[in-house]
Design a protein around this ligand. Structure first.
Ligand code: FAD
Ligand code: DLZ
Ligand code: SF4
Length: 514
C-alpha cells in the first residue's frame, strides 16, 4: 500500500521548487499550512506583514488545490486551531495518520530546535530537508569560513559569482574587469529626485477577507494596515520583478545610498518581502538582472550593485546566522544597555531623519537599507541602545523580516554587537553624513552643522562620544585612525563639551524630549 506523507509548509516557504512540494504525490500526500498565533505574535509584527503572509499562504494553498493536491489549511480563526505549529502538526498526525512527515528547514533557530524536540513526541519520523532556495549550503559556507581569521563579505561574494557563473566572462574574470562598483553607487540625492512609479495589486476576495481578519485579531498591532498593495501570488511577484528590471534597475546604482523626504522607495527593488517568503527565487532575480545588463538595458554599476546584495550580502548573512547561532542573538559586545525609546514605535521624535524613517516603517512595513543602517540603526549604535531590544524591533516592523536575515544585519552590521564577526568596523556616522546623503536636515528642529548647544544635532556629540567610549576596541582598526586623530586634535575643552552634550542628549532621550 502506498504511504501517506504529511508535507508541512511554513509561511515563508511558499515555493513549489522546494522538494517538500516538488516531490509530493497528489493522491496520497497531504500538505499542512497553518496560520497560528504563536508565529503571528512572537514579536509585535507589523500588521501589513501578517496580512501579506496570511494572504500569500492562502493563495499558495489555493494554487496547490487547483493543481490537484490535497491541502489541510488551518485558518487562525478555526475553532480547533491549537495556535502553535507543533500543535497543528500533532493534530494533523492524529487526523490523517501519515507514515512520515517532511518539513523544509525553518529560517529561524528557535523553530529548527522546536522541530528537533517535536520528533521525540511524534509517532512517525519527521524529516527536515535543506532549504534549496539558498545558493550557499551550510556546509559550503562553513568550508569557506573555516580557518579564516576574519570573515569578509567581499571575498565570499567573489566565490559566489564564480560558483554560480553570474556576471562572469568566459575567461573567469568578472564582467567589466572589476568585482565591485560600490564607489559609483554613493551619490547624494540630486534636486527633485523621486521614486519611479510602483505597481499596486488589486485586492481579491482572499486578501479582503485577510485584511478584515487582521483588523479583528490584531487590533493593537503595530503599523498601518491600509492601503495594502503587496503582491500575494508568485504570478504577481513576477510582475513586480519584471517591472523592477524594466523600469527601476537602470537607476538602482547611482542613488542607492540616497534618502529623500517623502520618498520611501527611490530605486530600491522592494523584492526582499517576496524573495524571503518564497514567491521569487534569488537566482532567477540575479539572472534577470544580468540579462538586462547584457542586453544593454541596465548599466554595470546598477546591475553589479544589485546582484551583490542578493548573491553576496543575503547569502553571507544567512551563513553567519547559522554558523554563530544560538549565542549570536544574545551578543552585546559593546555592552550597550539603554532601553529602546518609545519613539521607535510611535515615530514621535523631533529628529527629522528618525521621524522620516520611522514613519515610512509604520506606514509601509518598509524602509530602505540606508534608512535602516544609517538612520535608525546608527542612532541605536551611537545612543548605546540594547541590541536585543533593537533586534526585536527590527524583527517585528519590516514585512521582509525573519531572524536569519534580520539578526546579522542588526546585531552585526548596524550595532557591532557581534564583536566584529560580520563587519570589521561599525557603520557609525555623524549628522554630517545624513546632511550629505539626504534632504532630511532642512527644517529639522536640530542643526546638523552644530555639535554643542540648544540646536545641536544629536548625531554629532553622540558620534564622538561613542568613538571615545570605545577607543580601545576601535583605534587599532586600519580604517579608523583618521577619526581618532581628528578627535585628538580637538583638545580637552571641546572633547569635554561634546561629552557633556552627549550626556544631555541621553538625558533628553530618557525623558522623551529628543
Ligand atoms: P534592495 O535595496 O532593492 O536590495 C535588493 C535585494 O538584496 C533585497 O531585496 C534583499 O533580498 C537583498 N539585500 C540587500 N541588502 C541586504 C542585506 N544587508 N542583507 C541581506 N539581504 C540584502 N533584509 C531583509 O530581507 N530582512 C530583514 O529583516 C532585514 N533587516 C535589516 C535590518 C537592518 C538593521 C539592516 C541594516 C538591514 C536589514 N536588511 C534586512 C537588509 C536590507 O536593508 C533589506 O534587504 C532591504 O532594505 C530590503 O529592501 P529591498 O527589497 O528594496 O532591497
Ligand atoms: C512570520 C510568520 C507569521 C506572522 N505567521 C505564520 C503562521 O501563521 N504560520 C507559519 O507557518 N508561519 C508564519 N510566519 C513565518 C514563520 O514565523 C517563519 O517560518 C519563521 O519565522 C522562520 O523563518
Ligand atoms: Fe537628523 Fe541631525 Fe539632520 Fe535633524 S539635523 S535631520 S537630527 S541629522
Amino acid at each position: 500500500m502506498a504511504e501517506t506523507v504529511l508535507r508541512v509548509i511554513l509561511g515563508d516557504q511558499l515555493s513549489s521548487q522546494l522538494e517538500v512540494v516538488a516531490g509530493a504525490d497528489k493522491e496520497h500526500d497531504v500538505f499542512l499550512i497553518a496560520e497560528v498565533m504563536a508565529e503571528a505574535s512572537y514579536v509585535r509584527h507589523h500588521v501589513k506583514k501578517i496580512a501579506f503572509l496570511f494572504s500569500a499562504m492562502r493563495h499558495f494553498a489555493e494554487a496547490l488545490r487547483a493543481a490537484g493536491y490535497r491541502v489541510r489549511y488551518v485558518p487562525i480563526d478555526d475553532p480547533g486551531n491549537s495556535q502553535t505549529l507543533d500543535g497543528e502538526i500533532l493534530r494533523a498526525v492524529a487526523a490523517l495518520a501519515p507514515n512520515r512527515i517532511i518539513v523544509t528547514e525553518p529560517g529561524e533557530w528557535r523553530l529548527r530546535e522546536g522541530f528537533e524536540a517535536l520528533r521525540l513526541a511524534l509517532p512517525v519520523p519527521l524529516e527536515i530537508q535543506p532549504d534549496t532556495r539558498f545558493l550557499c549550503t551550510h556546509a559550503q559556507f562553513n568550508d569557506w569560513a573555516e580557518g579564516r581569521r576574519e570573515l569578509r563579505m567581499e571575498y565570499f561574494y567573489r566565490d559566489m559569482r564564480k560558483r554560480h557563473n553570474v556576471l562572469m566572462e568566459l575567461d573567469g574574470k568578472p564582467v567589466g574587469g572589476r568585482w565591485n562598483y560600490d564607489a559609483e553607487n554613493r551619490k547624494p540625492p540630486k534636486a527633485g529626485l523621486t521614486s519611479p512609479e510602483r505597481l499596486s495589486f488589486r485586492k481579491d476576495p482572499i486578501t479582503l477577507a485577510v485584511l478584515d481578519l487582521v483588523k479583528r485579531h490584531f487590533p493593537d498591532g503595530y503599523g498601518q494596515l491600509e492601503p495594502f498593495h503587496f503582491a500575494v501570488t508568485r504570478k504577481q511577484a513576477l510582475r513586480e520583478l519584471d517591472h523592477f528590471i524594466e523600469h527601476i534597475l537602470p537607476g538602482f546604482g547611482d542613488y542607492q545610498d540616497a534618502m529623500v523626504k517623502g520618498e520611501p522607495y527611490l530605486n530600491h527593488s522592494l523584492l526582499a518581502v517576496y524573495i524571503n517568503a518564497g514567491l521569487l527565487y534569488p537566482l532567477e532575480v540575479c539572472q534577470k538582472a544580468e540579462v538586462a545588463y547584457r542586453a544593454g538595458h541596465a548599466p554595470l554599476n546598477a546591475t553589479e550593485g544589485f546582484i551583490r546584495q542578493l548573491l553576496g550580502w543575503r547569502e553571507y548573512v544567512r551563513g553567519v546566522y547559522w554558523r554563530y547561532m544560538p549565542d549570536y542573538t544574545a551578543r552585546n559586545a559593546l555592552n550597550a544597555n539603554e532601553p529602546l525609546p518609545e519613539f521607535y514605535w510611535t515615530s514621535n521624535t523631533r529628529m527629522a531623519c528618525m521621524r522620516e524613517a520611522l514613519t515610512h516603517t509604520y506606514n509601509h512595513a518598509y524602509s530602505h537599507h540606508i534608512q535602516r543602517l544609517m538612520i535608525t540603526g546608527n542612532f541605536a549604535l551611537l545612543a548605546g541602545l540594547n541590541p536585543q531590544a533593537v533586534h526585536e524591533w527590527y524583527l517585528a516592523v519590516y514585512a521582509d523580516a525573519y531572524e536569519w536575515v534580520e539578526a546579522p544585519n542588526t546585531l552585526g552590521m548596524a550595532l557591532h554587537a557581534d564583536g566584529g564577526v560580520l563587519a570589521s568596523k561599525p557603520y557609525a556616522a555623524s549628522g554630517n553624513y545624513i546632511r550629505r546623503m539626504s534632504n532630511y536636515c532642512d527644517g529639522c528642529a536640530y542643526d546638523s552643522t552644530v555639535s554643542v548647544g540648544e540646536r545641536a544635532c544629536p548625531f554629532n556629540a553622540l558620534y564622538w562620544d561613542f568613538l571615545a567610549r570605545h577607543r580601545e576596541r576601535f583605534s587599532g582598526n586600519a580604517r579608523m585612525p583618521y577619526v581618532y586623530s581628528t578627535w585628538d586634535k580637538m583638545g580637552a575643552d571641546k572633547q569635554a563639551a561634546l561629552h557633556h552634550q552627549a550626556e544631555a542628549h541621553l538625558a533628553a532621550l530618557r525623558e522623551g524630549r529628543l
